[in-house]
Design a protein around this ligand. Structure first.
Ligand code: DOR
Ligand code: ZN
Length: 429
């Protein structure tokens, strides 16, 4: 295989150094490295970070290959600087058996652009009635450790308790989509002054917070790991802070869109901004940024949710919730967290690579940029700003909430185990 000598990159934004990638690993990092025979990449001015790890990606295969496939979603991920993504279970058929998770895992290997890590459903068919075969999925070739009914909440507390007890046996984690369904019947956007004025049914913050409060108590009681998906309210951050202070094994993620956008986006009734949980208030956004900065929120996860045109470009109430995220995630974090001084580059690496890998129990991802480690990394040009053009995205869908918006940062290269998946900003497959 080709070996690469990356010249003059700034690991974690620090002093410029050369990084030598050999046989899939970082062989050395230092000044003025000379390696005859290696391909040289000029990385002057570029920031080197560990490859990003997404805990929450909807790849839509099997079932909705018109919206995304494992291959197109993998390409979008690589272009965004990711080297691993967790593929959510709400496919058709649902990923609730060893057979389906192995199928997704194999498709990921065939695409070969990122490590595709299947998430297993908690309940059969996401119906919230009976536990799926969690043990069989954990023991399968896909080695599932993250279980989620995402899109749906595991709302029955007794079933949630049993899921936590079950995954504890193999160090798994239940990733909860926190939404009390009895409080969000017909909900279209964040419940507040604006939803009343726009005449759209509201999704109250309490519907999320009630489930988080319940589940951290259950996780503490059982002594199992709980992960909270796409936290969206200031009150949720407060609950997580309280639970962590009590020693509950809880982790949480926030999406790029909840870090940047507010419910004001609903004003024009453009369904590209319809998402679940909904975009919240500016005060919630500030609390989410602060929670991510102080580590109360562990990770950024995209909730990349591709939708076909006919499912998205309709009137607001009929449109599916969800928005694209993979290709702009790092740029949004640069804008909301780095350029605001809330996180440095090491902090970005921690929240977008290290901690998500630990939560997913991935041992070869989220590793430091250091000799001997797997060569999973990205090179970012932080000085470029570009306007997002949905037509230019690698995703098969076009529902980007950032269309027409100028964002900072461009992923120039991504390496997966020493092999470039992206070079010069272009996917290599
Ligand atoms: O907006 C969302 N879209 N939220 C979810 O929980 C599911 C997702 C999807 O699958 O489209
Ligand atoms: Zn969700």
């Amino acid at each position: 295989m080709t070996n690469y000598l990356i010249k003059g990159a700034k690991p974690y934004g620090g002093e410029a150094a050369d990084i030598f990638l050999k046989d899939g690993r970082i062989a050395s990092i230092g000044e003025h490295l000379r390696v005859p025979g290696a391909d040289v990449i000029d990385a002057a001015g570029l920031v080197a970070l560990p490859g990003l790890v997404d805990l929450h990606t909807h790849l839509r295969e099997p079932g909705r290959e018109d919206a995304e496939t494992v291959e197109t979603g993998s390409r979008a991920a690589a272009l965004g600087g990711f080297t691993a993504v967790h593929a959510m279970a709400n496919t058709d058929p649902v990923a609730d058996t060893a057979g389906v998770v192995e199928q997704v895992w194999r498709l990921g290997q065939q695409a070969g652009l990122v490590d595709v890590v299947p998430v297993g459903a908690v309940t059969v068919g996401l119906k919230g009635e009976r536990l799926a075969e969690l043990g069989a999925m954990a023991d399968s070739a896909a080695r599932v450790r993250v279980f989620s009914d995402d899109g749906m909440c595991v709302s029955d507390p007794a079933l949630m308790r049993r899921a936590l007890e079950y995954v504890k046996a193999f160090d798994g984690v239940v990733a909860q989509h926190a939404e009390e369904p009895r409080l969000t019947v017909g909900a279209q956007m964040h419940e507040g002054d604006r939803s009343a004025r726009l005449g759209l049914a509201g999704w109250p913050a309490a519907a999320e917070e009630a489930i988080i409060a319940r589940d951290v108590l259950l996780a503490g009681h059982v002594g199992a790991r709980l992960h909270v998906c796409h936290v969206s309210t200031a009150g949720s951050v407060e609950l997580l802070r309280w639970a962590k202070a009590r020693g509950v094994q809880v982790t949480a993620e926030v999406t790029p869109h909840h870090l940047l956008l507010t419910d004001a986006c609903a004003e024009g009734y453009d369904p590209v901004f319809k998402v679940n949980p909904p975009l919240r208030t500016a005060e919630d956004v500030a609390a989410l940024r602060a929670g991510l900065a102080d580590g109360t929120i562990d990770a950024v996860a995209t909730d990349h949710a591709p939708h076909a045109v006919e499912d998205k470009e309709s009137e607001w109430a009929a449109a599916r919730p969800g928005m694209l995220g993979l290709e702009q995630a790092l740029s949004v974090v640069v804008e909301t967290m780095v350029e605001t001084g809330l996180l440095d580059w090491a902090g970005v690496a921690d929240r977008m690579s290290v901690r998500p890998a630990v939560i997913g129990r991935l041992t070869e991802q989220g590793r430091p940029l250091a000799p001997g480690e797997p060569a999973n990394l990205l090179l970012l040009d932080p000085s470029t700003r570009a306007t997002v053009d949905p037509a230019a995205l690698a995703s098969r869908s076009r529902n980007s909430p950032y269309a027409g918006r100028e964002l900072p940062g461009r992923v120039v290269a991504t390496f997966l185990r020493g092999v470039p998946t992206v070079l010069d900003g272009k996917a290599q497959k």
